[in-house]
Ligand binder design. Sequence first.
Ligand code: KG4
Ligand code: ZN
Length: 361
Amino acid sequence: MKTDKPILILGIESSCDETSASVIKDCKVLANLIANQKIHELYGGVVPELASRAHQKNIVPVVDQALKESGIKKEDLSAIAFTRGPGLIGSLLVGASFAKAMALALNIPLIEVNHMQAHVLAHFINHPTLSLPKGEGKHTPSSPPLGEIREGVVFPFLCLTVSGGHTQIVLVKDHLEMAVIGETIDDAAGEAFDKAAKILGLPYPGGPLIDKYAQAGNPNAFKFSEPNIPGLNFSFSGLKTSILYFVRDKVKEDKNFIENNLNDLCASIQATIVKILIDKLITASRQRGIQEIAISGGVSANSGLRKKLISTGKKLGWNTYIPPFEYCTDNAAMIAIAGHYKFLKGEFADQNVVASARYEI
Ligand code: KG4
Ligand code: ZN
């Protein structure tokens, strides 16, 4: 769709346990608010019923605050984009219903977005603090200076999308033209982090805690089994079992084994997960002859994965792309960006669109 006016998109994300709203203007983030749901920590995982109730409570204040922070009036919005799926159906329904009602009330287009596609498109978010020239490296105040983060991803690229529910290698030909060329046959990488953390007695979500303790540990201290899956698919369920049995046996010998070895355990677990991910990326890059390599999704916030991607990229001559931390885990700015590209193509949804728990890219 051609337009002389700036394109202002309100993005709404409610696929799991974060209620998020974002306003972007021509791909630049004006506001990106995220309400985390702490309640799930008590249960060691996301409880779907509680998640949808929390979305119901948060959605209006979060959207209201995002609009206030962006400094724009709702009447100025060009369109509203929302996560249609994949995700928890009760959570998705809250965001979808809200977006439909608001688009109808404002008489503006409604845009449905695939959450996994949006994770990939997080690379195109123009954040106000990201202003260094191409190739110079860029970082936000909350991100460590990672010299290899580049502006302007080049098509086609491969994106390893690693989250709590998915692990995929995506061939990205254009903003809205993507194909999954490899994925997990059981657990996702984020699930592997979270389940390993649970075995170690760490609270949910354990991924960021493993990352934290791993910084002070020896990644070669312990060895865990690695999967042997042909092609570009992944498997993490065997690793989880191997960690479970190893820890169980060690605790039998010494009840303080976990606390005495927490850093080394976390570093070894993290190194194993990262190796599994990077090995498949290397295979995918060779197979497809593509050296533009990106990561996205919650697990792309992992410092071990970020460092390993950069060092592997240096060795193999890749251009590597890593989103700033705030756009790795679930956020509405990535939904708004996907909305922006769909807006340009006039890909709008009807009012009878429904949320879907399963939704392939
Ligand atoms: O993309 P995301 O926010 O939500 C889903 O769509 O699933 O990903 C959440 C996942 C969780 O499993 C969480 O433990 C993991 O990302 N995660 C991390 C880190 N930060 C988030 N895993 C390892 N290291 C981190 N720093
Ligand atoms: Zn996600």
